[in-house]
Write a protein that binds this ligand. Sequence first.
Ligand code: GDD
Ligand code: MN
Length: 363
Amino acid sequence: MQSSSDAVPAGLSVPGPAVAAAPTHHRVEATIVLPTYNERENIPHAIAAITAAMGAKSDWEILVVDDDSPDRTWELVEEIGQRDERVRCYRRLDRKGLSTAIVDGLSLGRGERLLVADADLQHDLSKIPDLLAALDGAPIAIGTRYAGGGGTSEWSKRRLALSRLATFLCRVALGIRCSDPMSGFFSIRRSAFQTIAPQLNPRGYKLLMELLYQLRSSPVGEVPYVFSPRRAGESKLSAAVAWDFLLSLAELMSRRLVSARFVKYASVGLSGVAVQYGAFYLLWRHVVADEGATALAIATAACSNYVINNGWTFSDRRHRGAYELLRGLLLFGAISGTGALINQAVTWYLHVHHTIGLGLTMA
Ligand code: GDD
Ligand code: MN
């Protein structure tokens, strides 16, 4: 509340609040986004390598996007940031996943040129200036292992074959013309990213494929590099990631007529049928009579559907903790239970009418 002594006498102009001159931030030309999950041992080395690669330039920043790593990578980055203000950390508490981490990093980066690299030193960070410069001639540029001078060291035949197959599929199915659409090392102009950002559907590992698909009519810059062995820690690339890649590809191919989430949800539903019949058979053989077995089998299938959907289909908004899980399960049970009841009613209706129909014909 304003006291009367603060009141401004009539006729006097009100002096505005003293506005301190806005601090002049140094212009940020480039943002280097480093997604991390348990990279405590690697991150200081990655930051040092980038600092060395940028040489005399000072108009850049590093933005680490860490998914609340149990090894507290974020804490170490914050410490480094205290000493070097070009280094920032976004500790994400609400989401996990490489692609969304990259999208968040690209969205928060202040540079006109944005670049993404792994934090485990598998990418050749000395090529960063070349990748940034390549944006002079193209809205997007990739570090490539499959062009002159590039390569992969110490890769198993299986992994090499998988990577090659994915590259081939990308080219044929999506019309993406570049030698390494599976790269995790790339740069993009901020303006291009801002334009296509609303169309992105970040999932799994393959964000670059999405970006290239959205920019498929533009040129793509390429900078060859050799993919090194991981410095420390372990890769998070798993079978689920490969599966996600195939889904992304199918989804992009069908021009998103079918969303990957829908495919997942439908396959979980199908798995539920198998669970229900399996459970029914076991219960009916060994435990209870018909009706009881049917009800228990339906409940088992509902639980398994819920658990798989929660862990896989909706892994980005997973229910956690006893309360949330129980609430989710009950809600899921209530909704799918309604479906089951309708199902039962229709079966009963058809059954009755079919019998009557049969009765009539036979009469
Ligand atoms: N924030 C966040 N969240 N970061 C993640 C996550 C996540 O869920 N998963 C992985 N990362 C980080 C890692 O900490 C690392 O810095 C980087 O992303 C790459 O992860 P790796 O687990 O090391 O991937 P990779 O070496 O198996 O795969 C690399 O090579 C592939 C090419 O075959 C990546 O560069 C892929 O993008 C690339 O396609
Ligand atoms: Mn790696």
